[in-house]
Write a protein that binds this ligand. Structure first.
Ligand code: HEC
Length: 133
């Protein structure tokens, strides 16, 4: 009986830990997003946003948020917001895409990038794979 309980706890323990790490990354990412990005970016169209709302951004075609007035540079870039592109953007958006109207943010710490990416992934609920190819 005791063994069964231990085995059950071990089984539950594995995935629960993985979830805990993911949750911690997401909440750290949200705090960093709130500090670094939120003043210009809402996460959905219900809130006013100087920059484009970032819901569903991972895998989204750049410059494709319906109704947002993008710079020509961003709109014509033809890129997709893969995790690698989002890292390059956080690190040096103006260098990555000359002509963008987003002011330089310069986040070059990979851990911080990771956390923010976890958060952006958590607010990506649409399957963008069809337009990411
Ligand atoms: C000072 C305001 C400001 C801050 C701070 C800011 N952004 Fe932006 N962001 C913008 C603007 C404005 C645009 C539109 C740029 C354009 O059209 O060239 C943009 C565009 C983007 C896009 C492209 C979205 C799309 O629909 O193609 C992403 C991704 C993005 N920002 C991520 C971030 C992240 C992540 C942070 C925080 C690390 C951040 N931004 C901080 C103003 C800001």
């Amino acid at each position: 009986m005791k063994l069964t309980i231990l085995a059950a706890a071990a089984l539950l323990g594995g995935p629960a830990c993985a979830d805990t790490y993911a949750d911690i990354k997401i909440s750290a990412g949200k705090a960093l997003f709130d500090a670094e990005c939120r003043r210009c970016h809402a996460v959905d169209a219900d809130h006013a946003s100087y920059g484009p709302p970032l819901e569903n951004v991972v895998g989204r075609a750049a410059g494709s948020y319906e109704g947002y007035d993008y710079s020509i540079a961003l709109e014509a870039s033809g890129i997709v917001w893969t995790p690698a592109a989002l890292r390059a953007w956080m690190e040096d958006n103006a260098g990555f895409m000359p002509g963008t109207k987003m002011r330089h943010v310069g986040i070059d710490d990979r851990t911080v990038q990771d956390f923010i990416l976890s958060y952006l992934t958590s607010i990506t609920i649409r399957d963008n794979s069809a337009i990411s190819k």
